[in-house]
Design a protein around this ligand. Structure first.
Ligand code: UDP
Length: 239
């Protein structure tokens, strides 16, 4: 099919924490608002793929601190992402947006398997594709998967929607309230200064492949729609 126009195919990474609205589980009101913003831009003709995190359910590293096997905890984390995917799919379909969920762990009753060329075809048809279960591999994060999926299905930009922080700061704004936010920064500086607003593996993958990242806050009014439309909100990470 035709290649995406610049800015016309984006990968949106949503941290799992936002789905829970601060609690464990899924807050339907939050997911409804997210779906509304995505529906708006899809109706404008933007192709949107989504990678959903799972921190509102489980993180393998945290379960490990409580004595669980790390890999098993990571699989629990990956399964948590799928529940978020299904919630988002449901609210997108309420808005009349055709949606497919593709998972990295096969579960035929609830989702398609991850098939990159099929994902691209769905996007060309105006469907939202939601990627679940991370990479299907323990010790990875959904940030890194977001970078990988964005590259494999030829997205123009990776938009990272964060909970509790609205961009890349010179220091963690939760512990350094006077820290300033960057409007733009290079991948190398993010890595060198260890500004771990997302997994460094994700930044490194984007740096190697010249994929711009926009880090923005999900608490910002209409943030998802504005970030997708290319408004300057949050921080642009590029070379
Ligand atoms: N996870 C994993 N491999 C992956 C993606 C995720 O093992 O490819 C597990 C890992 O335990 C992680 C959890 O799933 O902590 C939830 O994902 P993540 O922490 O990336 O979610 P977010 O921080 O975006 O909510």
């Amino acid at each position: 099919g035709p290649a995406a126009q610049p800015g016309r195919r984006v990968l949106l990474k949503l941290s799992g924490e936002v789905f829970g609205g601060g609690a464990v589980g899924v807050d339907p009101e939050v997911v409804k608002r997210i779906a509304g913003q995505i529906a708006e831009v899809v109706q404008d003709g933007v192709q949107v793929a989504v990678v959903v995190g799972g921190g509102n359910f489980f993180r393998g590293a945290e379960l490990q601190h409580h004595g669980m096997d790390r890999a098993r905890g990571d699989y629990m984390g990956m399964l948590g992402t799928v529940m978020n995917c299904l919630a988002l799919q449901d609210f997108l379909e309420h808005r009349g947006v055709d949606t497919r969920v593709q998972t990295a762990i096969t579960m035929g009753q609830v989702a398609e398997p991850y098939i990159p060329r099929r994902a691209a075809r769905h996007l060309e048809k105006g469907r939202v594709v939601i990627f679940g279960a991370g990479a299907g591999m323990p010790y990875f994060t959904t940030d890194t998967v977001a970078a990988q999926r964005a590259l494999e299905i030829n997205c123009d930009r990776l938009l990272m929607g964060k909970n509790g922080v609205d961009g890349v700061y010179e220091a963690d704004p939760r512990t350094h309230p006077n820290a300033r936010k960057y409007r733009s920064i290079t991948y190398a500086d993010v890595l060198r200064q260890r500004l771990n607003v997302a997994d460094p593996a994700a930044f490194s993958l984007c740096m190697d492949n010249q994929l711009p990242i926009i880090v923005f806050g999900l608490g910002v009014d209409n943030g998802i729609a504005r970030a997708i439309r290319g408004e300057q909100i949050g921080t642009v990470v590029a070379s």
